[in-house]
Design a protein around this ligand. Structure first.
Ligand code: PLP
Length: 422
């Protein structure tokens, strides 16, 4: 057998998101794309921001080979300067170009950071519900994933359990807000609770703990919600960003890692990430996509596009009698299986040509994740089908969704220098 034992094990547990996506693609071939409602994968459909086109036009004029060649493993210096300046301006954090490494999406940044910091005996803590690839990535580097449970009322981390999950072996903690799969933006109290536990653990164990803030959905927030800016509350943070969702260019594979100025072991971490990009085989982030990233540094898709989908879908589901967590960010929501059986709900949805993903893969069994980044007309055409599924369960309408009421004033975060602590 040419396939390693490690990969054989992996093949036995293929990603539920990919499985659902592939199922939707097959069904589209049979029934026609317009007749399948693919709520499975987070493949954005909002039109790209203007910068994407500008960067492609600029690239079309650049036929000199050196403009498409290998480069420094961190990426183009001018692209990194543009991104550092944008972050400094928006988040009051003094980044320089040298704090940024351009990467092949968020996924490569996460793996490069993990390869840089993890030894086999190390533990990585993640908050459920979470992106299933975290486990796979952690295991890529031989470390162990420790999962923190969540409160089903709020979908937020159980902070007492987080405190208990931190041990002398904890090297890395991953936080993801706005969250995939819940769509929830962590409020200030949750962020402060996480940072407080990290400060105490660092002091008690006598070594730094890296917080990896995985932020592909940072700019997709609704109802005036403000996502925590971790570098101001916990210095030992590496922010990982991706343009996949905010600029609708997931297939172009572009993102970055930003190391907080003054964080522990910054220079060694930077050297490690650059080295890792070569070792894993990414070499450097794609050249044209870097130009797209620079052109979109301050720009995103029209957020209202997804907000309309969110409101339309969440209210229709609640009116049909489903129990949903509408969230205030990203483009996902969790819907509880009426009798707790997510398989049955997935089957009933599939019978109506709606493809979704079970919550178990995200550590949220009994739920189904709906990714509402598909075109609004597709969401709208799917609503009566969801209502038919609700009827099969004999559900009746829930009270109106308080969370979709206009939001309170956004929380203001203190500037970098005030809360800066380690
Ligand atoms: N992190 C989270 C939470 C995600 O949802 C995704 C993609 O869906 C990624 C990372 C990977 O993003 P990218 O496509 O930029 O590699």
């Amino acid at each position: 057998m040419l396939v390693s034992r490690f990969m054989q094990q992996r093949l036995g547990t293929s990603s539920a998101i990919r499985q659902a996506f592939e199922k939707a693609e097959q069904l589209k071939k049979v029934h026609g794309a317009d007749n399948i409602f693919d709520f499975s994968i987070g493949n954005p459909s909002a039109p790209c921001p203007a910068g994407v086109r500008a960067a492609l036009e600029e690239t079309a004029r650049k036929t000199a080979p050196e403009l498409h060649g290998y480069m420094d493993s961190s990426g183009y210096a001018d692209v990194r300067s543009t991104i550092a300046a944008s972050l400094a301006r928006r988040f009051d954090t003094p980044y320089k170009a040298s704090d940024i490494v351009m990467t092949t999406g968020a996924a490569s940044a996460i793996n490069a950071l993990m390869q840089t910091v993890l030894d086999p005996e190390d533990e990585v803590v993640a908050f459920l519900p979470c992106y299933p690839a975290y486990r796979v990535f952690v295991e890529n580097w031989g470390a162990r994933l420790v999962e923190v449970p969540f409160d089903e009322e709020t979908m937020l981390p159980d902070l007492a359990a987080f405190e208990r999950a931190l041990t002398p072996r904890t090297k890395l903690v991953i936080v993801n807000t706005p969250n995939n799969p819940s769509g929830v933006v962590y409020p200030t109290a949750a962020a402060d609770g996480i940072a407080g536990a990290l400060f105490r653990a660092q002091r008690e164990f006598g070594h730094p703990i890296l917080l990896l803030s995985d932020e592909p959905y940072r700019d997709l927030v609704y109802d005036g919600a403000q996502n925590p800016w971790w570098p101001t509350i916990y210095r030992n943070t590496a922010v990982v960003y991706s343009f996949s969702k905010s600029a609708s260019i997931a297939g172009e594979r572009i993102g970055y890692a930003a190391l907080t100025p003054g964080m522990a072991d910054r220079d060694a971490l930077l050297a490690g990430i650059r080295r890792s990009l070569g070792d894993i085989g990414f070499v450097n982030a794609p050249a044209t996509a870097q130009r797209m990233a620079a052109a979109c540094a301050d720009d995103t898709v029209d957020i209202a596009y997804y907000d309309r989908n969110r409101r339309m879908l969440a209210s229709a589901l609640v009116n049909a009698g489903f129990d949903v967590v509408p969230g205030n960010g990203a483009f996902y929501l969790l819907m509880a299986a009426p009798d707790g059986d997510e398989r049955l709900l997935l089957e009933r949805l599939a019978a109506k040509r709606i493809v979704a993903v079970g919550g178990s893969d995200f550590g949220a069994p009994g739920y189904v994740r709906l990714s509402y980044c598909l075109p609004p007309e597709a969401v709208s055409r799917a609503l009566p089908l969801f209502a038919q599924v609700a009827k099969e369960y004999r559900l009746s309408a829930q009270p109106a969704l308080a969370t979709l009421e206009p939001a309170a004033a956004p929380v203001q975060h203190a500037p970098f220098t005030v809360l800066f602590a380690s």
